[in-house]
Design a protein around this ligand. Structure first.
Ligand code: GLV
Ligand code: MN
Ligand code: MN
Length: 425
């Protein structure tokens, strides 16, 4: 029997369907001319309904959990009728503002296609497969990222209920408006003892694979992250009449904060970004009296990231003293570095080798992922797909159908390798 060509393999047709479904979900947006789909919104509900339909077509039994994540499970019971360990496979359906159409989404759809490609073999695995579409990875609405997967990992923090979105709606009220009960969020937590691990496929969101000319990569670890909202308070005064020595310009203080973030992170080989800044009162002839900006800080290890943050805070204090300002950072998100589990990385390596790549590249993820939350309760691993030019969090974000097909072949082979390793020789 001859080997089917790449294009005629079942994964090629599934990959084309995944690309079409990414287009379909891209239309579920709250933003004119772009993609924005945030936690606990009408678009979140719509995306869950659409994805649940695809899961059911693939034979998965679906439900939405107490934090708005969508799940679909197959082969839940073993031949003896007892529940089997559960291999979670997933990613997220929420987006940043003016997003691309593949970040997170392609990983969820690959989980569904994995089940389709396994077909009847899914019942021969030593674990059930549960595809999860996490509801909030990006933190676009409330600033705190990984809300959906934190609920599933059972690490929900009640302090988050008072987080507010840009319209002043609290997370608690948004839960209720979505039809969820804040008092029941704990029910979204999985029983860690029932898990066989978590696998996530995701586009790379950087240029490493593209530059190395390889379609797929094995993730070794995910960057430690912290996010802050920094308030800069000065004094609003007349733009004409106020001499320079009397000014306490909050915008100029905020600009110095942003430059300090870049300078310190470059020197310390970390990654820091100021992604938002607002200035008040916001008039052409008034010195800004108030500014607020975000700082997103990432590093390979928690300790290094925290030392860089301490150095930044000392720098902010110097800026505040020199300009007569008050600069107050508030932490809105923190996630420790997560190291992928050797046994799952081995399975992903085997999966990539099965696609014809003898030496799968390995890389550290500077982007955050739902695997960070799951890594607190179970073994995790990630398969990265080439992202041409590395552009992501932008409408030009892309992954080719051919690379999705390779990713599917690798994912199926990885799950089979994991099953073989669990069952033993
Ligand atoms: C999510 O994509 C993040 O890395 O912030
Ligand atoms: Mn993502
Ligand atoms: Mn993202």
């Amino acid at each position: 029997m001859t080997e089917p060509t790449r294009a005629s393999r079942p994964s090629a047709a599934r990959a084309a369907t995944i690309a079409d479904r990414c287009d379909e979900l891209a239309a579920v947006t709250s933003m004119e001319g772009g993609i924005r789909r945030v936690y606990l919104s009408a678009e979140h509900a719509r995306a869950n309904t659409i994805a649940a339909g695809w899961m059911e077509q693939a034979g998965l039994r679906t439900w939405q959990d107490a934090a708005g994540n969508l799940h679909g499970r197959v082969a839940a019971l073993g031949a003896d009728g007892d529940p089997r360990p559960v291999l979670l496979v997933g990613s997220h359906l929420d987006t940043v503002v003016d997003a691309g159409r593949y970040d997170g989404i392609v990983g969820v759809l690959m989980g569904i296609a994995l089940v389709e490609l396994l077909g009847g073999r899914v019942h021969d695995l030593p674990f059930a497969i549960q595809v999860v579409a996490f509801s909030d990875e990006e933190g676009t609405r409330f600033g705190k990222a990984l809300l959906g997967s934190s609920a599933v990992a059972g690490v929900w923090n009640d302090a988050w209920w008072d987080l507010v979105d840009g319209d002043g709606t609290t997370l608690r009220d948004a839960f209720t408006a979505f039809g969820l009960d804040p008092a029941r969020v704990g029910e979204a937590a999985v029983d860690a003892g029932s898990l066989a691990g978590y696998l996530e496929a995701h586009i790379e969101q950087g240029p490493f694979l593209d530059r190395s000319g390889q379609a797929l990569g094995v993730v070794t670890s995910i960057a430690a992250a912290r996010r802050f909202s920094v308030e800069v308070v000065g004094e609003a005064r007349h733009a004409g009449g106020t001499p320079y020595e009397m000014r306490h310009d909050a915008l100029l203080g905020a600009a110095e904060v942003a430059l300090a973030v870049e300078r310190t992170c470059v020197a310390e080989q970390h990654i820091g970004t100021v992604g938002t800044m607002t200035v008040e009162p916001g008039a052409v002839n008034v010195i800004p009296g108030h500014a607020r900006l975000s700082v997103d800080l990432r590093g390979e290890f928690d300790g290094g990231r925290d030392r860089v943050w301490d150095a930044l805070v000392a720098e902010f204090d110097r800026i505040a003293d020199r300009r007569g300002l008050t600069i107050t950072p508030t932490e809105v998100h923190a996630a420790p570095a997560v190291f992928c589990a050797p046994r799952l990385m081995d399975a992903v390596r085997t999966g990539i080798r099965a696609t014809g790549e003898p030496t799968p590249p390995e890389l550290f993820s500077k982007a955050g992922h739902d695997a960070m939350s799951l890594g607190l309760v179970t073994d995790v691993a990630m398969l990265f797909l080439r992202n041409p030019d590395g552009i992501s969090h932008h409408p030009d974000e892309f992954v080719s159908v051919a690379d999705i097909a390779l990713g599917l072949d690798a994912l199926v082979a990885a799950v089979e390798a994991l099953a073989a390793a669990e069952v033993g020789p």
